[in-house]
Design a protein around this ligand. Structure first.
Ligand code: TRP
Length: 337
């Protein structure tokens, strides 16, 4: 395990995963396990900057953990854990504050977007990328699977690593992104990025009826008004979803029939809903088993946190020493202070 490249990635606990999480992140994470030493973290402390509901957070953490395990993240091969179980995340974040220019934080597009809508901006919203840098650097991860929207935060993490190393000595590798390669996954509205808060997605554990009732509402090529109008698969979001779920051998036919106006959008969505249903059937089954055994999920997260803490403690020992936070050692060297 130790000679493999270390990977870290995190996901906010917004509850059970949805198609966007799956296509944009989880699916790749599962594959990374074959050839990397992976740390996958449920970043509950990142969820505190958006006015969260405390009574809902534990459930959301649990549900996301079930999704992680159901899609095939494997606690035997990967370290799967909850951020707040490893206190060093917040400690390192504070220490990294020392080398992070406020100007860099203020330039982050996500910060600009979110803060522009608020009258009073929590400092945590500004400092969010420092905690993200701490997540990664704490495990000295070299690669970070992310979507394009996180590239700017990752570039800042590299910058922070560089500045810290320059001032205190080489401890942190500069983490590089691994792009998912699937681009932005558009929601069923065909307009915005898929997200739970926009209600434009499908839960990965939805049953057949729910999948259909969601997919049925998906926006298709707006120029195709009547059933036999010729469609344009290249601009249709439903068609782009087929590429992820439908048997590749069927896709050329689906495109041809759309262009010819011989297969209507409803039919096309029906096929998509069936493909999604089939794809997630075994995942739903695994999720059901984990949901029935919450104690097992808890055990897995505990064991993950234990492993993560060992690694985090190692890094922090060195970081504290290099930043002069080990006064006991100094007292021993120079006699009583
Ligand atoms: N900010 C990321 C997001 O919203 C989540 C995240 C937190 C993360 N810490 C991370 C991603 C570390 C990668 C690495 O998607």
């Amino acid at each position: 395990m130790s000679n493999r490249t270390r990977i870290f990635s995190g996901m906010q606990p917004s509850g059970e995963a949805h198609l966007g999480n799956y296509l944009g992140a989880l699916r790749q994470w599962v594959d990374h396990q074959d050839d990397h030493d992976c740390y996958f973290c449920i970043v509950d402390q990142h969820a505190l900057t958006g006015g969260h509901e405390p009574s809902e957070l534990p459930r959301r953490v649990f549900d996301l953990a079930v999704s992680f395990l159901a899609v095939g993240l494997d606690p035997e091969r990967s370290t799967i854990f909850v951020q707040s179980d490893v206190q060093e995340h917040t400690e390192l974040a504070w220490l990294l504050n020392a080398v992070t220019p406020v100007g860099d934080l203020e330039r982050m597009t996500q910060y600009k977007d979110k803060s522009s809508r608020l009258e009073s901006i929590p400092a945590g919203l500004l400092n969010y990328p420092i905690l993200q840098a701490a997540d990664i650097l704490l495990y000295r991860a070299e690669r970070v699977p992310v979507g394009e929207d996180q590239l700017q935060h990752l570039e800042l993490a590299r910058e922070i690593a560089r500045k810290w190393n320059h001032r205190f000595g080489e401890v942190f590798p500069e983490p590089r992104p691994i792009l998912s390669g699937v681009g932005r996954i558009l929601g069923l509205d065909g307009d915005a990025k898929m997200s739970k808060s926009l209600d434009n997605t499908v839960r990965i554990l939805a049953d057949s009826d729910e999948i259909w009732s969601r997919v049925r509402t998906a926006v298709t090529d707006p120029q195709r008004v009547r059933r036999d109008d010729p469609g344009r698969p290249e601009v249709c979001n439903v068609f782009s979803l087929h590429k992820h779920f439908t048997d590749p051998a069927r896709i050329p036919d689906i495109a041809d029939q759309c262009r010819a106006g011989t297969r209507g959008c409803v039919d096309c969505k029906r096929i998509l809903a069936d493909s999604i249903d089939e794809h997630f059937a075994p995942i739903r089954e695994r999720a059901r088993k984990f949901t029935e055994r919450p104690g097992r999920v808890r055990e897995i997260l505990e064991a993950g946190a234990e492993r993560a803490r060992t690694e985090a403690a190692r890094t922090m020992h060195e970081v504290r020493e290099r930043m002069g936070l080990d006064w006991r050692r100094a007292a021993i060297a120079t006699g009583p202070l």
